[in-house]
Design a binder for this molecule. Structure first.
Ligand SMILES: N[C@@H](CCC(=O)N[C@@H](CS)C(=O)NCC(=O)O)C(=O)O
Length: 232
């Protein structure tokens, strides 16, 4: 794991970014993602960046080698988790916070509605994802794959799968008759991006998606989004 940019490159980039010519580069954004290929939480960020057409640098954090607990990394995220995003002087941890930041900063008004109801409806699903998604779908997968993470070590497979199925029922109901999780937004939002990876990866946690007809259609729909990238 390499923490940050090489000093020379970072200085050059910062100088360019703040120079009077920066307006010429308004589409050039310098982002660094602390990443783990197999992580669904990191994938959410990579997916949104790709859908937005934003190029970025990434550096891999080897959790198996304990890199998440090294002081340099804990200085970026006291939780010792990926993803972490660095955008110029701003460092952010937690996939939900990073998704919200990217949508607001670079999303040109898409992905996160600005009206109170639309925004709150997206937040409902972001919260759902960090509960039923993380402790159900995500943890069942982490345990099955023998992940070294705290999440995998602090729960059992049976309870995780049971919570995952409760979550899948909620998703199935919402997606029956709706193309996207927040139909009021008129298209896909952060709600869909956040809920997508651990739902799609549910079979890796021993959960069969066959009975969930509406969910399966939604997963297929997600894969047609321009800029879609394959799951890890
Ligand atoms: N709520 C956090 C969870 C992040 C998370 O659990 N990341 C895992 C990888 S998917 C991790 O880095 N775990 C390290 C550990 O717990 O030791 C988010 O959404 O970003």
């Amino acid at each position: 794991m390499k923490i940050g940019w090489p000093v020379g490159a970072e200085n050059a980039i910062r100088t360019l970014y703040r120079s009077p010519a920066a307006w010429l580069l308004h589409e050039v954004i310098f982002l660094l993602l602390y990443d783990l290929e197999r992580s669904g939480n990191c994938y959410k960020i990579r997916l949104l960046l790709s859908l937005l057409g934003i190029t970025y640098q990434k550096t891999s954090v080897d959790l198996n080698a304990g890199e998440g607990q090294q002081p340099e990394f804990l200085a970026l995220n006291p939780r010792g988790q990926v993803p972490v995003l660095v955008d110029n002087d701003t460092t952010l941890w937690d996939s939900t916070a990073i998704l919200v930041y990217l949508a607001r900063q670079y999303g040109r008004g898409l992905w996160l509605p600005t009206d109170p109801v639309g925004m709150a409806k997206v937040m409902q699903w972001l919260s759902f994802e960090q509960n039923e998604g993380r402790y159900g779908l995500g943890r069942a997968r982490a345990i099955t794959l023998n992940s070294p993470t705290l999440l995998a070590r602090t729960g059992n497979l049976e309870d995780s799968q049971a919570l995952a199925l409760i979550g899948l029922d909620v998703l199935e109901k919402q997606l029956t008759g709706n193309e996207w999780l927040v139909p009021e937004a008129g298209g896909p939002t952060l709600a869909d991006i956040a809920c997508y990876p651990y739902t799609a990866l549910a079979p890796e946690g021993g959960i069969d998606l066959e009975p969930f007809v509406a969910i399966k259609r939604w997963l297929t729909r997600m894969r047609t989004l321009p800029g879609y990238i394959e799951l890890p």
